[in-house]
Design a protein around this ligand. Structure first.
Ligand code: OGA
Ligand code: MN
Length: 226
């Protein structure tokens, strides 16, 4: 390759290499334990853009989070009290995040043949005191969410700020594994296998949650809807 072309291409190739290395580690973990916790994982430029956007989103852009799908969807203060804002990809930060998750999707499918088909994602804002009680992101056979992704956006997080994600190994695990919601950390886990919860925090806590889905369209019913 001539030098000029190589210099022009190298930032992109570096990016791809970083993602491939990361995907390799995530897939190793998924294969051995079904989940992966990756500190300092989000690319710095994407993280900065997301932080910038989430801090400037107005109160009115967040809606009370609900539980259940479609007709079963409702809000329930007892289960969760965070607020969410769905990512549409219409703004540059959202588009960059969705594009990065798309590269990760392809990299995971290539290694684990999971058949991940599409991705949906939202910002979540947990005001001080907000929580999300122990839950599964998917119930076997009832949804097409198969792989959950959570990214964290708070640059500083003290031990006594609370707000940890607690990931339980299975239905009978009562101890769980606590994850500090510190900017750049990415948590990936099989949606049907890991109950988890968000403990109340002492201050605003910002995260991004996303789900890779498989295609369960039957006949002329598109699922996920496009
Ligand atoms: C969720 C969720 C975890 C977190 O939105 O389903 O579990 O740490 N989020 O924000
Ligand atoms: Mn969840």
């Amino acid at each position: 390759m001539n030098t000029l072309l190589r210099d022009e291409l190298s930032p992109r190739l570096d990016c791809e290499k970083v993602l491939e290395d990361r995907a390799e580690r995530i897939c190793d973990d998924l294969q051995h334990q079904g989940y992966s916790i990756q500190p300092s994982c989000l690319p710095a430029d994407i993280l900065l853009a997301l932080q910038d956007q989430v801090m400037t989103l107005g109160d009115s852009e967040f809606v009370r989070a609900g539980i259940g799908r479609n007709a079963q969807h409702h809000t329930n203060d007892f289960v969760r009290s965070d607020k969410v804002c769905w990512m549409t990809g219409e703004t540059a930060p959202g588009a960059a995040w969705l594009e990065w998750c798309e590269s990760l999707r392809v990299a995971i499918n290539r290694r684990l043949f999971m058949g991940l088909f599409s991705f949906e994602s939202h910002y979540a804002w947990y005001p001080a005191g907000a929580y999300y009680k122990r839950h599964y992101d998917a119930f076997r056979g009832r949804t097409n969410r198969v792989l959950s992704v959570v990214g964290y956006l708070n640059s500083e997080w003290a031990t006594d700020d609370g707000g940890e994600l607690v990931l339980y190994k299975d239905a009978s695990d009562r101890d769980g594994l606590k994850v500090t919601p510190l900017a750049g950390t990415l948590v990936v886990f099989l949606s049907e296998n890991f109950p988890h919860e968000v403990l109340p925090a002492r201050r605003d806590r910002f995260s991004i949650a996303g789900w890779y889905r498989v295609n369960s369209s039957i006949g002329d019913v598109l699922d996920p809807p496009r």
